[in-house]
Unconditional design. Structure first.
Length: 730
C-alpha cells in the first residue's frame, strides 16, 4: 500500500512538472496565456493516453465515481448529491447507505426556500458552505443546483428547484454555483433540459415552442454556463422533441457548446444514457448510473471502444470528452497539493443555514396582526400538527440529507420560550401515507381522535399554531402529487381548531403549492415555512415571536385551485401517450395568471412584513433608449413602520399593443433592501434595453420591439406601486 502511494506521489510530481503546477489561482500572466498553457498541457496528457484509458474516464466505475489513470497521475472523479446538503456515503455498487458514522451533513433549506429569500448573497453563502462540505468529504462534483422551472404545482421535485420565473431562477443559481466552485468543487446544474415532471420522467417526450424554450426554460441554464461558468451539467432523463436529452445534438452541442460556449462536462443523469454512438457523437461526455451488471458493459465502456475501432465514433470525439474532464480537474485544482481541504458542519455553515431559513419564511397573511407573538403576553400555546415535530432532512430520494441535526418547529419554540409559557403539543393529524418505490399509498382519513385532542388544547391556550403542509411522501423525486390537496384531513383539523380558538396561526411546511382555499379566508395568519433545513425550527420560532422580521417572497404562485394553473387549465399535464406538449407556451406561473386575469390565492413575489414600506420618487435615467443602452431605475424606499425589516423591490415590464403575444408582466430585475425603522434609501435597478426583447421564431433570434414600455415597481407581482414609461426606439 505504502509503495503504491509513494509511486503515485512520484507520478503526481511528474504531472505537476508537466502541467507547470497549473492552478486556478490568478497567476501574473493573463487568462489567455493560462488557457494556452493549460490546453497545451491537456493536449500533452491526452497524447499519452491509450484509447482504453481515455474511455475508462468516460463512464462510472461505481455508483458515484469514475476510474483514475494512475500511470499518468490522473485522479478519479468522485461525485455526490445533492443540492441542499452533501448526501451520506452510498455503497459503491448498490443504492444502500454505506453506513458511515461520520457523514452527517448540514441540511440547507431546499431550492424553493433559498429562492424565497430573493437574496443572491445567501445563495453564494449556501454554495460556499456546500463546497466546503463536499471537499471535506473528498468529493469533486456536487450534483446541484436543480433549476428546472416549476411548470406544475404537482411536480414532486418542485421543492428542489428554484422558481416559476426564469430571472429569479437565474439570479439565484449563479452565485450558488460560484460559491461551490470557489471551493475547488464542480457544481452540476441540472436537469438539462425541460425536465418539469416526474410522471414517466425517464421516457416522457416534451415538446414546446422555441420561444418558450429560450424565454422560460433556458435562461437559468444559460446564466449557469455564461455567468456562473458552471463546470458540469446533467443531461435529463426525458426526451426532448423526440430525442433523449443525453443524446440530443441540439441540446448538447448546438446550444450548449456552439451557442453558449460551454467547456465543461456533460454528465448523464443516472441511467439516462441510451446509446453509444449517438450519445458519444451528440455530446454526452460522462455516463453514470446505467443499470447493467458489469461496468464494462456501459455504453461508454467496451461498446465505445468498439465504436471507435469500427469508425462509428472518431477518436477526436473521445479526445474532446477527455479534455473536458481534464479541464474541470484542473479548474478544481485536483492536481494541486494545496487544493481546498474543505470543512464540515462548522458553526459558520449552520449560521448560513439559519440565515437562509430566516429570510426564506414568507408571511402570507396577518390580518389581525396576531403576529409577531409577544412572549411577555402569551401564557400558553397549543402547538399542533405532525409537521411540528417531523424532520424533513431525509427523504425526497437523491437530495436526501443525513443531517447532523434538524431543529423542528416544536423544538425551536421550546428553545425560544422560557418555562413560564406553557407549550401544549397535539399531533392533530397523522402521516398515514407510505411511499414505496415511488408509489404513494396515501390515505386521507381524518383522524377524529387526534383532532379532538388538538381542539381541546387549542381551546385552553392563548394561541394555537398548526404546523401542516406536506412531507417527502409528497415532495419527492420520482412521482408527482395526485392533486394539490392537503393530505391527512388537515382542512378539517384547521377548521375545528379555528372554531375552538380564533387566534389560530397556520404554518405550511411544503416545497410546492397546496390548496389552502378551505381556510385561507378565515384563518387570521398564515406563514409559509418551506422544507427549511437544519435550523428551520429555530428560524420559525424567531419569526413567530418577532426576533426576525419575515422578508421572504413567494418564488412561485399559490393558486386558489389546481385548475387555475396553466398546465391543468389546458389539460396538458402530464401529457397524452407519453408526450407532454407545453401549449401554455410562455405563459407559465404568474405570466399565465396575470395575462388570463386569474386571481391566485397568493401571488408570485408576495410576502408581508411586520413593518411597512413606502415606495416613492421613481425616476428613469432616460425616457428614450436605443437597443444598445442600459436603463437605470431609481426608487426611494422608506421603512414607515416601527420595526427594522427588508423589502424586495421588484421591477416588471409591460408592453401594451405588442405585435406578439406578451405576458401581462415579466420580472426584469429585483433588489432586496434592508432598512431600519423610519429610514429611507434610494436604490437603483439596472436593465439593458435588450432585456425587454422577445424571442422571434421566424428569425430564430431575440427581437427588441420598438414601443412604449411600462416599467412597473412593486413589492409583489400583484402589487405594483409605481410605474414609469420608457420608449424604446430601434
Ligand atoms: C437521480 C436524479 C439526479 C441525481 C442522480 C444521482 O435520479 O435525477 O438529480 O443527482 O440521480 O443520484
Amino acid at each position: 500500500m505504502i509503495k503504491s502511494i509513494y509511486r503515485l506521489s512520484i507520478i503526481k510530481v511528474c504531472i505537476l512538472v508537466l502541467l507547470g503546477s497549473y492552478s486556478c489561482q490568478n497567476n501574473a500572466t493573463n487568462s489567455s496565456t493560462i488557457d494556452a498553457g493549460v490546453n497545451a498541457k491537456i493536449d500533452s496528457l491526452v497524447s499519452q493516453l491509450s484509447l482504453a484509458e481515455k474511455v475508462s474516464m468516460l463512464h462510472g466505475n461505481s455508483k458515484f465515481s469514475t476510474a483514475a489513470v494512475e500511470r499518468l497521475g490522473i485522479p478519479n472523479l468522485k461525485l455526490s448529491d445533492g443540492p441542499h446538503g452533501v448526501r451520506e456515503e452510498i455503497l459503491p455498487h448498490a443504492w444502500d447507505p454505506a453506513g458511515w458514522t461520520n457523514d452527517s451533513s448540514t441540511y440547507f433549506p431546499t431550492g424553493t426556500a433559498l429562492s424565497a429569500t430573493w437574496n443572491p448573497s445567501l445563495a453564494l453563502a449556501t454554495g460556499e458552505a456546500l463546497g466546503e462540505q463536499a471537499r471535506a468529504r473528498n468529493k469533486d462534483i456536487l450534483l446541484g443546483p436543480g433549476v428546472n422551472i416549476q411548470r406544475t404545482p404537482l411536480c414532486g421535485r418542485n421543492f428542489e428547484y428554484m422558481s416559476e420565473d426564469p430571472l429569479l431562477n437565474a439570479v439565484m443559481c449563479v452565485p450558488y454555483i460560484k460559491g461551490i466552485q470557489s471551493k475547488d468543487v464542480a457544481a452540476c446544474v441540472k436537469h438539462w433540459a425541460v425536465n418539469n415532471q416526474e410522471t414517466n420522467r425517464t421516457t416522457v417526450d416534451t415538446y414546446l415552442s422555441e420561444r418558450a424554450l429560450q424565454e422560460i426554460y433556458f435562461p437559468a441554464f444559460k446564466a449557469a454556463v455564461q455567468e456562473g461558468e458552471v463546470y458540469t451539467i446533467m443531461g435529463a432523463y426525458n426526451k426532448f422533441r423526440g430525442v433523449y436529452c443525453c443524446e440530443s445534438k441540439y441540446l448538447l452541442r448546438d446550444v450548449l457548446r456552439d451557442d453558449w460556449g460551454f467547456e465543461g462536462i456533460v454528465i448523464s443523469d443516472w441511467d439516462a444514457t441510451h446509446s453509444t454512438v449517438d450519445a458519444a457523437n451528440n455530446g454526452l461526455d460522462l455516463e453514470m448510473g446505467t443499470v447493467v451488471d458489469n461496468y464494462d458493459d456501459y455504453y461508454f465502456a467496451n461498446p465505445l471502444i468498439k465504436a471507435v475501432e469500427n469508425g462509428d465514433v472518431k477518436e477526436e470525439i473521445i479526445d474532446e470528452k477527455v479534455k473536458s474532464i481534464l479541464r474541470v480537474m484542473l479548474k478544481t485544482n485536483m492536481f494541486e497539493a494545496n487544493r481546498n481541504a474543505g470543512s464540515y458542519n462548522t458553526p459558520e455553515h449552520y449560521q448560513a443555514a439559519y440565515n437562509v431559513a430566516a429570510e426564506a419564511i414568507v408571511l402570507l397573511k396577518n390580518d389581525k396582526a396576531l403576529l409577531p407573538l409577544d412572549k411577555n403576553q402569551i401564557k400558553s400555546i397549543a402547538v399542533i400538527g405532525d409537521n411540528a415535530t417531523r424532520k424533513h432532512c431525509e427523504g425526497g430520494f437523491s437530495s436526501s440529507v443525513k443531517a447532523k441535526y434538524e431543529i423542528t418547529p416544536l423544538e425551536g419554540l421550546k428553545k425560544e420560550l422560557n418555562e413560564d409559557v406553557k407549550v401544549e403539543f397535539a399531533q392533530g393529524y397523522e402521516k398515514t401515507s407510505q411511499l414505496n418505490n415511488f408509489v404513494l399509498s396515501a390515505n386521507n382519513t381524518v383522524n377524529e381522535k387526534l383532532i379532538q385532542e388538538a381542539v381541546k388544547k387549542a381551546a385552553t391556550c392563548d394561541v394555537a399554531i398548526i404546523f401542516g403542509g406536506l412531507n417527502h411522501d409528497y415532495d419527492s423525486e420520482g412521482l408527482d402529487r395526485p392533486d394539490m390537496k392537503l393530505p391527512y384531513g388537515q382542512d378539517v383539523l384547521i377548521q375545528e381548531v379555528l372554531k375552538a380558538n380564533p387566534n389560530t396561526i397556520v404554518v405550511m411546511h411544503a416545497g410546492s403549492p397546496v390548496d389552502m382555499s378551505s381556510f385561507a379566508n378565515q384563518v387570521p395568519s398564515i406563514v409559509w415555512g418551506w422544507l427549511n433545513g437544519s435550523e428551520g425550527g429555530r428560524a420559525m420560532a424567531n419569526v413567530l415571536f418577532g426576533k426576525v422580521n419575515p422578508s421572504g417572497k413567494m418564488p412561485f404562485t399559490l393558486p386558489v385551485k389546481l385548475d387555475d394553473s396553466p398546465a391543468h387549465h389546458l389539460n396538458l399535464f402530464p401529457g397524452e401517450n407519453n408526450i407532454a406538449k407545453y401549449e401554455e407556451d410562455i405563459l407559465v406561473g404568474y405570466r399565465w395568471f396575470d395575462t388570463r386575469n386569474i386571481k391566485p390565492l397568493y401571488a408570485f413575489g408576495h410576502g408581508l412584513s411586520y413593518t411597512s414600506f413606502d415606495f416613492s420618487d421613481v425616476s428613469l435615467s432616460q425616457k428614450e433608449v436605443s437597443s444598445s443602452e442600459e436603463i437605470s431605475i431609481n426608487v426611494t424606499v422608506t421603512n414607515t413602520g416601527k420595526t427594522d425589516g427588508a423589502e424586495v423591490v421588484q421591477l416588471y415590464s409591460h408592453l401594451e399593443d405588442s405585435k406578439v403575444l406578451r405576458s401581462e408582466k415579466e420580472l426584469r430585475a429585483f433588489k432586496k433592501v434592508f432598512l431600519k425603522a423610519g429610514t429611507t434609501k434610494t436604490i437603483t435597478l439596472k436593465i439593458d434595453a435588450k432585456d425587454l426583447s422577445y424571442f422571434e421564431e421566424s428569425t430564430n433570434s431575440w427581437k427588441l420591439e420598438a414601443g412604449n414600455y411600462q416599467l412597473m415597481i412593486g413589492n409583489s407581482s400583484d402589487n405594483i406601486l409605481l410605474s414609469k414609461e420608457v420608449s424604446i426606439n430601434q
